[in-house]
Design a protein around this ligand. Structure first.
Ligand code: ZN
Length: 578
């Protein structure tokens, strides 16, 4: 279906008027919808970009973090800005729709006012309009698409593959896709995607001979302009996720081969070069300063909703770096004006997808209904009711993570618990029922086993130090993009600015210092070791659904947060109005 501008505006008007009691409110919503989505076409190369949707097909709430610390050279720079500092840096009015989309501020109240975000059916309406107004436009998917929901887990990613095909994705790269295993990834690319979606990753090679596993780039002619799109999968996949799921493939940043690819496409006549990246934003910012010849990086992985591109200088010019958030919450629209071999002008807008402003597209609505129908009963099972706001994002802890830690300790009879610093997982408002679907939004992975481990105090410190270094190493090439492991029971102090192995101190349990030689019972989940897979263990969603049903009402969580040293005045941290 294609739609001209007049039809699109009419559709927006009808959608925004729906459910509005007062004429004035309907009018205001219509003005908001038009302001947001009626984006004038610019230039001759058009790329639409979403990333890290984590299999969220339907609209959700998603709270942005109030802690996203930048250390070293990244101090105070995007994406390490939260709350008021972010609003100020990008000129966004407090209390506005954009403030709700891009920050955590007054989240529950703003969510009630402005509604849910994302949803493939709502995004589809916008994509159709943009593709109509921008002939030749390509839709790019940055990856982390096939994982993150119950239906994606149960269908081995098939629901998302079908949805991506219907959405009109042209090109994609990957990260969590790999956790379905090598064979499944290959099967989807060779069968479902054949002649439809181009899957790119210049940095994945075979472990034995170093051969390319996927196409590294694609060249397209758009409105007479030769455009190269290079793909970069998540470099740390075999470290951050189980190695045994991709035993024959190597990853890494592969900066030299990236430069070689850029040179190659330029030599072949590319007039514009775009990198579809799953590096994470800090890695992309560093890469942009070292690799020359890339015009724009469309980035993902770190879930940073960054309203405007960051300009990075390098030896041959400037590369723009963007990051398009997560959970289907945003669509990035990049318009380039290309003359000769140069990009002469650029427009970029990261558009929040407000489900109550964009009408649902009928064909996608039907597909989603078909996908969900066999599972609806299970997905909608009510497990408990939450009294407080539940969310995950933040460098150190989130209230849904705290709930998981509390559940693990209670059900496993453990004195401590660890939960991974994943950045996916939707948010729930106070008073909402927690359904099985919500629980799976937080836990649906292909290695869900819960564990009970006896660990020495020394081992516990090593684990915390390792994860802290993945997050706060001043060299972005050593950052893996997740957040700090969430801990239950254990208290500690962290100095993000200290060196590797020196950041963690003052570890205590129930007021007593942790003894390096003493052992402790630690519960956890999502183990990456092959031995843990072989050992089995109850899936986290079974343990948590039992726990939630037993407590029935989830009181507002008190977050177990570390004492953080040396962060006074850091604009990546706020404790106000969360
Ligand atoms: Zn990722």
């Amino acid at each position: 279906m294609s739609m001209n501008r007049r039809e699109f505006l009419h559709l927006l008007a009808v959608a925004s008027a729906g459910g509005m009691a007062l004429h004035g409110e309907a009018n205001a919503a219509q003005v908001a919808a038009t302001n947001f989505y009626d984006l004038p076409k610019f230039g001759n190369v058009h790329l639409l970009h979403f990333t890290d949707c984590h299999a969220q097909l339907t609209p959700t709430y998603f709270r942005e973090p109030n802690v996203n610390l930048g250390v070293g050279a990244q101090f105070g720079k995007a994406p390490h800005l939260v709350g008021e500092a972010l609003l100020k840096a990008f000129g966004i009015a407090p209390g506005s729709r954009e403030a709700y989309a891009f920050t955590h501020l007054n989240f529950a109240a703003a969510a009630r006012q402005y509604g849910k975000v994302g949803g493939f059916a709502h995004m589809a309406t916008l994509i159709q309009q943009l593709k109509t107004s921008r002939p030749g436009a390509l839709l790019l998917d940055g990856g982390d698409t096939w994982q993150g929901s119950g239906t994606a887990l149960w269908s081995n990613g098939q629901d998302m593959v079908d949805a991506a095909l219907l959405l009109g994705v042209d090109i994609m790269t990957a990260h969590w896709e790999m956790t379905l295993g090598e064979a499944r990834v290959k099967q989807i690319i060779e069968k479902d995607f054949k002649d439809k979606i181009t899957f790119l990753a210049q940095n994945v090679t075979t472990a034995d001979f170093g051969d390319a596993v996927f196409e590294p780039y694609t060249m397209r002619v758009m409105n007479g302009v030769k455009v190269a799109i290079i793909g970069q999968a998540f470099p740390y996949t075999p470290v951050a996720n189980p190695r045994y799921l991709v035993p024959n493939w190597t990853f890494g940043i592969q900066e030299e081969s990236m430069q070689a690819r850029v040179n190659e496409v330029r030599a072949n006549g590319a007039q514009a070069v775009v990198l579809l990246s799953h590096n994470g934003m800090d890695v992309d910012l560093k890469l942009a300063s070292r690799v020359t010849g890339i015009d724009v990086i469309l980035g993902g992985h770190t879930h940073d909703g960054v309203p405007a591109p960051i300009k990075v200088k390098n030896a041959s010019g400037v590369t723009l770096v963007t990051n398009a958030g997560s959970n289907g919450k945003y669509l990035g629209v990049l318009d380039l004006e290309v003359k000769g071999t140069a990009v002469t002008d650029v427009r970029y807008k990261l558009m929040p997808i407000f489900a109550n402003l964009l009408p649902a597209e009928p064909a996608m609505t039907a597909l989603i209904a078909k996908i969900r129908a066999p599972h609806e009963l299970k997905l909608s099972e009510k497990l408990a009711v939450t009294e407080g706001l539940l969310y995950r994002r933040g460098n150190f802890n989130g209230s849904f993570d705290q709930l998981i830690l509390d559940g693990l300790m209670a059900e496993k009879g453990a004195e401590m618990a660890f939960s991974p610093g994943f950045r996916w997982g939707t948010s729930l408002l106070p008073g909402q029922a927690i359904t099985m679907e919500h629980l799976l939004d937080q836990t649906a992975i292909s290695y869900p086993w819960t564990t009970t481990t006896t660990m020495s105090g020394a081992t516990i410190k090593t684990i915390l130090e390792d994860v802290a270094d993945n997050l706060f190493n001043p060299d972005p090439y050593y950052q893996q993009g997740g957040d700090m492991v969430r801990v239950g029971g254990l208290h500690y102090t962290i100095d993000p600015n200290a060196g590797a192995g020196q950041r963690i101190s003052a570890m205590t349990l129930r007021g007593k210092n942790i003894d390096a030689d003493k052992t402790y019972k630690v519960a956890g989940w999502a183990p990456v070791a092959e031995a843990a897979r072989d050992a089995g263990g109850e899936p986290i969603w079974d343990l948590m659904s039992r726990y939630l049903k037993s407590i029935k009402t989830v009181k507002a969580r008190k977050l177990n947060l570390p004492v953080i040293k040396g962060v006074a005045g850091n604009p990546g941290l706020t404790t106000s109005a969360i």
